[in-house]
Write a protein that binds this ligand. Structure first.
Ligand SMILES: *Cc1c(COP(=O)(O)O)cnc(C)c1O
Length: 389
């Protein structure tokens, strides 16, 4: 017998955990049209406005004219075209590593990468707040999986000491945590990994383009040598397009090409998307002012929110989560803001732990001062009315 889907959905509804799609009737920008009405959007990962940037759009249009829409085949068969090759070279240079390999999405990058790195005799130690794709990837790998408390270096050390017989160990974490916006203590993690001969794997989905002087990511922010870690990331956040990538050694790339099922058994990314991602990386490298605007906006909003008395996570990024605890209250607050013309999603379990439901605001370089002032005003009203502040 199949489940009773209708009953399950009703159950979610009564627990305020039902999720629904909202249809955007406009491109990803700082405003968003829903049901004909325009909202200020505080919800996208389009941190640098590159998802709808003239030079990036132009690169995609030109590439469609030259290469067509579809790649026509998997990468190993006939689907690797010049734009894919160029993108991998651009990514490797940007990330200052020997080689990069792109996948269909960030999600499938993790599914392909983690199981390729370790066998059933190995041990994976993953941060408790790792993204669902990392956790799925760790489960797909046959190695033993243990979870350490979020950003808790001492707990990780305890688990490393308990590993028993010498065996390969992967430590898996994120550069910028997607739901909390805080950073992993990468230098400390790396020191520990060195002491215990473990390999550090970093998912820098939200760090790339955002963190570090040149936007190379969280390891640039901390001054960690890219040669000392294995990094993956996505092309879908600050880079504004779609797809994921591994940044590492040439031999790891070669090995993944030959073994990672999530790379082998799927059609190559559309060539125009690869060309657009290359164009976006060029903008990131040539327009540091975009990142400066992003941080200016982020700092202004962060200060305003804390001054008003909102309870934020320990965020150090443009992800600004306001903790309201219950899913009911998160939905209510999101609804009040929606009525006031501000779109901020409520994030609830199972995406975040129970009792930590939140409003998750994300800031972009393209938000205007006026828009952010409006957001602050409406948050003050909503927070006061609902007694969140
Ligand atoms: C978004 C995200 C992914 C998945 O990337 P997609 O390209 O959207 O599939 C993986 N890891 C983290 C930490 C993310 O935030």
């Amino acid at each position: 017998m199949l489940r009773d889907f209708e009953q399950e959905i009703k159950d979610l509804d009564t627990r305020h955990l039902r999720r629904q799609l909202r249809i955007a009737e406009s491109p990803s920008e700082t405003t968003m049209i829903i049901k004909g009405r325009r909202f200020i959007a505080m919800a996208s990962n389009n941190y640098l406005g590159l998802a709808n940037h003239p030079a990036v759009n132009r690169a995609a249009i030109n590439a469609i004219e030259q290469w067509g829409v579809g790649a026509g085949a998997a990468r190993l068969i006939a689907g690797t075209m010049t734009p894919h090759h160029q993108l991998e070279q651009n990514l490797a240079r940007f990330k200052q590593v020997e080689a990069a390999l792109t996948f269909g999405t960030g999600y499938t990058t993790n599914l392909g990468l983690i199981p390729a790195l370790i066998d059933r005799d190995g041990l994976i130690l993953a941060d408790r707040y790792c993204h669902a794709s990392l956790i799925e990837a760790c489960r797909l790998a046959k190695a033993t999986l243990r979870v350490f408390h979020h950003n808790d270096v001492e707990h990780l050390e305890t688990l490393l000491k308990k590993r028993g017989t010498p065996r390969p160990v992967l430590v898996v974490t994120e550069g910028v945590f997607s739901m909390d916006g805080d950073l992993a203590p990468l230098p400390d993690l790396l020191t520990l990994c060195r002491q215990h001969e473990a390999t550090l794997v970093i998912d820098d989905a939200h760090g790339t383009g955002v963190m570090g002087k040149n936007g190379r990511g969280t390891i640039e922010h901390f001054g960690v040598n890219p040669q000392d870690v294995i990094q993956m990331g996505t092309l879908s956040k600050a880079i504004g397009t779609s797809g994921g990538y591994l940044a590492g050694t040439a031999s790891l790339k070669e090995y993944l090409i030959n073994t990672a099922k999530a790379f082998i058994y799927t059609t190559a990314q559309p060539p125009a998307i690869a060309a657009a991602a290359s164009a976006a990386i060029r903008v990131i490298q040539h327009e540091p002012a975009r990142r400066e605007r992003l941080w200016h906006n982020r700092n202004a909003l962060h200060t305003a929110l804390t001054d008003m008395g909102f309870h934020l996570t320990n965020t150090q990024s443009p992800i600004l989560p306001i903790i309201v605890k219950s899913p009911e209250r998160a939905v209510e607050m999101s609804q009040v803001l929606y009525e006031a013309g501000i779109y901020v999603p409520a994030i609830r379990p199972p995406t975040v732990p129970k009792g930590s439901s939140r409003l998750r605001l994300t800031v972009s370089s393209e938000h205007t001062e006026e828009q952010l002032e409006n957001v602050v005003q409406e948050l003050r009203k909503a927070g006061t009315a609902l007694r969140v502040i």
